[in-house]
Each structure stands twice: as C-alpha cells, then as structure tokens.
Design a protein around this ligand. Sequence first.
Ligand code: 13P
Ligand code: SF4
Length: 332
Amino acid sequence: MNTELHYTDAVAKETAPIFDLLKDQYDADYWETIAPYISEINRLKKEKNAVVLAHNYMTPDIFHGVADIVGDSLALAREAAKTDADIIIQCGVHFMAETSKMLCMDKKVIIPDMDAGCSLAESITAEDVKLLREKHPGVPIVTYVNTSAEVKAESDYCCTSGNAVQIVNALDSDTVLMIPDQYLAQYTQGHTDKKILTWQGSCEVHERFTADDIIQFRERYEGVQVIAHPECPPEVLAEADFAGSTQQMIDFVENEKPARVVLVTECSMSDNIAAAHPEMELVRPCQMCPHMKKITLPKILEALQTEKPEVIIDPELAERAVIPVNKMLELS
Ligand code: 13P
Ligand code: SF4
C-alpha cells in the first residue's frame, strides 16, 4: 500500500456508505486496505477537476467507489464529448480512452494502464480496412468502436453494441461492411434486411460462452432469465431471452426486475448489479476480461497523482478518426 495512506476514523466514516453497498463483495479486513485509496482518489479528483469515466466491467470498488460516470462504450463517449473536467481518467480499455481523447483533444485523457487492450481492436489494422474498401468499392464501412484510431480513420461510421442495428438501418445502402466483430455483425444481420459483410474478429471473452452453457443454466436454475452481450456467438444469442450492450443489459435487469438472472458477459457486471440489487439472484458464469482487470485502485491513484500515462493522438489522425465517431453520435 502507498505509505501515506491509512485507514483512519475519517476514512472509515467517509467510505462507510460505499462499504455498506459492497459488504457482500469485500470483507472488513480487505476493505481497510482499499478504503484509503477510494478516499484519496475522490479527494484528488476534486482538487484537480478530474472526472473518472468507468466502464461497466470495472470491479465494484472502482464502479461504486470512485467512478463519476459509469456506462457502456456509447455512454462513456457521450460523456467525454460533453465533460467540462480538465482531466479524464478513463477506467476501461485503450480504445475507450482513445475515443474520449479524439472527442476532446483539448483535455488530458489518462488511462491507468496503457496496456489495457482488446482482442477486437487487435484483430484489424488500417491497412486491412483499405484493402476491404478496394475489394468492396462503394460499400459503407461501419466500424465497431472497439478499434484503434487508425482503423476508425479509414472508416465511414462507427457503432457500438448499443446502436449497431440503428446505425446500419439508417444507411442508404443495401450492403454494409461491419468490422471487425463477426458476431456483432451476425447479430445485426438478424435485425436488418441489408446484406452484412464482416471480418473474422471476435472478443476473447464472449467467444468462450457456448449454447450448452445456457441450456445448463436453464436446467439448473429454474425460471432464470438469460441476457447476453451481442459479442457472443450466434448460437448463444439464440438461447438468450435478451441481447444488448452492457448498459442495455443493466437497464433490462433494472426494468424487468427478474428474481433470478444470468448475465452472459464479463464477471464484474454481475458483481456490480448484485451490489445495487441484493434482492436479485445472480447466477454467475465468470469470464474475465484480462484487459479490463488491469485497471485497479492503486493504478488510478497513481494516474491521478502523476497525470500519466496520457493518451496522445496525432492531431491529423484524430481529425480523421473522430468523423465516424461523430456521425455515430449524431445518428444514435
Ligand atoms: P459495451 O459497449 O456494450 O459496454 O461493450 C464494450 C465491450 O468491450 C464489451 O466487451
Ligand atoms: Fe475487448 Fe472483449 Fe475485453 Fe470487451 S471484453 S474489452 S471486447 S476483449
């Protein structure tokens, strides 16, 4: 632990409401080791006019303890575009921080671990997109936001899992290239009359779920509602009751209030919902995103203290990459 941080009476009092929410996730001894980080991060955020944007896959100590805004990729991009903070601490993976940066180039965007990547973002390069355009002239390219700035710069529109169908259906073309997630593309194909072409990328976390997993949940947990992320393979989505972005999954749970539910997605989603809804039974199939889990409270504190590592994008690249992102924000 950072030597200046101690679990004082003041820290205990200040963080008591958060511990009350998280007491089923963390025991009291462990809480004493993390509460000083929560307290110091929250103090430093105010001092530096910084905002913590946290993805729904952050662990409960981050999600409920230090985040100012939580949400899916779309919500975080929208918040980045309108924040009046001087510093954005992006608790999520690199493409999210890059998206925030291109939306507000005048602000400092910091990611607590620069190595927090994404298998989808790594599955395609700008050169690949150029070749696809040559192969399919005139076909609009809709690129998942889980990609690098270089890939976005070669694309016509961006989309997230929350608006992919809406973006594709808004286009004036019978054929659309959706890259790089083959499963999001197949999910979209099921909700549009257009012909969808795709790429062989996939999420290393969601591709691990199988239809058999879902069949077994239903056998073992009577009446369980199954909700899944569209990055899952189509045979998994076919067995689910609902598919949507991480925020749409949370909204579904909060609106429908199922007594028993399974979230077919990354582990921390269930932990965060369980903390907010102790009355709900969450069946927890755990598939962890190793990239998201690189973000921790000590790294967030260090990032705030040092204002590093900063996400830098070449201004000319950012100018091109932000065009499809803005088109997406306008259309959704
Ligand atoms: P959402 O936009 O649905 O939050 O998804 C981002 C992601 O990386 C899911 O794996
Ligand atoms: Fe990327 Fe999958 Fe991790 Fe989301 S869960 S950040 S898509 S590797």
